[in-house]
Design a protein around this ligand. Sequence first.
Ligand code: PMP
Length: 479
Amino acid sequence: MPSTNHNYRHLFVGLDTPVPLYDGTQQPYINLDNAASTPPLRNVQAAVDAFLPYYSSVHRGTGFKSRLSTHAYEAARRAVLRFVNADPAAHTCIFGKNTTEAINKLAHRFPFTDKRDVVLTSGMEHHSNDLPWRNRGKTVHVGLTQDGHLDEADLDRQLGHYAGRVALVAISGASNVTGYLNPIHHLARKAHAAGAQILVDCAQLPPHRRVDMRPLDDPEHLDFLAISAHKMYAPFGTGALVGRREVFAQGDPDMQGGGTVEIVTLDDVVWAGPPDRDEAGSPNTVGAVALAAAIAQLENIGMEAVAAHEAELTAYALQRLQAIPDIHIYGDRDPQRAAQRLGVIPLQVSGVSHFKVAAILGNEFGIGVRSGCFCAHPYILHLLGLSPEDSQQVRERMLAGDKRQMPGLIRASFGLYNTLEEVDALAEPLERIIRGDFRGHYQQEVASGEYHLSDWQPPFEQYFSWETTLLPSFQAGDD
Ligand code: PMP
């Protein structure tokens, strides 16, 4: 049996919780979908439990619990700024729901000066760092190399072509499809030299790597970044936009209401300074506390140790999976380079739909992976090498309500707690699926393309139901 030097499983909630399988047995769930969301850290759960008895309104409350809640919320903000090495005098941290909301906020708040302003994003972006920019000035997608890396020569070309007009370079720190890491500081230098600013979509970065915004007088500094706590082992509905304070000290907030103002009269409003101007309504204090607890744990483990453990998993997985005939891994396949990318492995099983592989892994082996296009349709089509004609055909079939042939991949993505045994636990079922050695009869749904068993549904009610969340004293008959 292989084993890594480090095992972090005791730090997490629920890893040994059994889940039901199609054959009537149960086994602990194997979560290989960490690029989507991660399970909570135990200290996150403990921090939330410790905080809830004191939870109260933040900011203008004057009682002890309100003041404690405000204190905890603002401490969480400072923890985020410190974690990404931001300068509180130069940067502000605006809490919101997630990376998507953070990028949408920046898209509305970025001080574009001209309709001709250009945003350079890329063909490898998650939709959340692409769609918000469309129609905010001119959005240009920097091209990719054949193996799916950002084509820096094309970035240079676009910066030259749109010289003087590029306001922002909006780029992912790491891809949620291939795990590629972009050279963000090197790109920042290029953006700044062209008179632009840079946003890094950091949804995938801080759970795996140290993030450093660097001082604003460093030509390689980052101007803005966006993060999601649910990808950082703190799934309590919080994310953050960290960015240049002066940008958020000007202009009207995109969301307006309580908390965003200094003074309001019936015909005038004076907006509050950052970050209040951009945090309309009552904030998610519990989420902020949870995120700060996760940060404390990641810092305690050390991001170098986090990266080293994941590199070990990734190298083993690349080796193990590509030794299986009929598995095709996309992106970089070289185990020697595992430390230079994230543990996100996109693959395909020859001749079996990605939807079907994912369904069998879930129903029969208790393994959670993701299948499809991972909110990055253009990138997946690029990796699959689909011609414009093929893409057009796919589009027409999908628009006609038939997703059975929808292109896509299977994605296995690692978190800090995954083990080499879990890599084997993925590889063996994949070998069995290739041999046709699985039990269920699967039917494909036309509208979604997904595969379902006709004779089994997981018994969700036995595992979680609303009744079990009610304390006995609140059950029927109590008044
Ligand atoms: N960008 C990237 C690279 C992502 O992986 C994700 C989530 N998969 C997002 C943005 C969006 O994050 P969220 O759903 O938390 O808003």
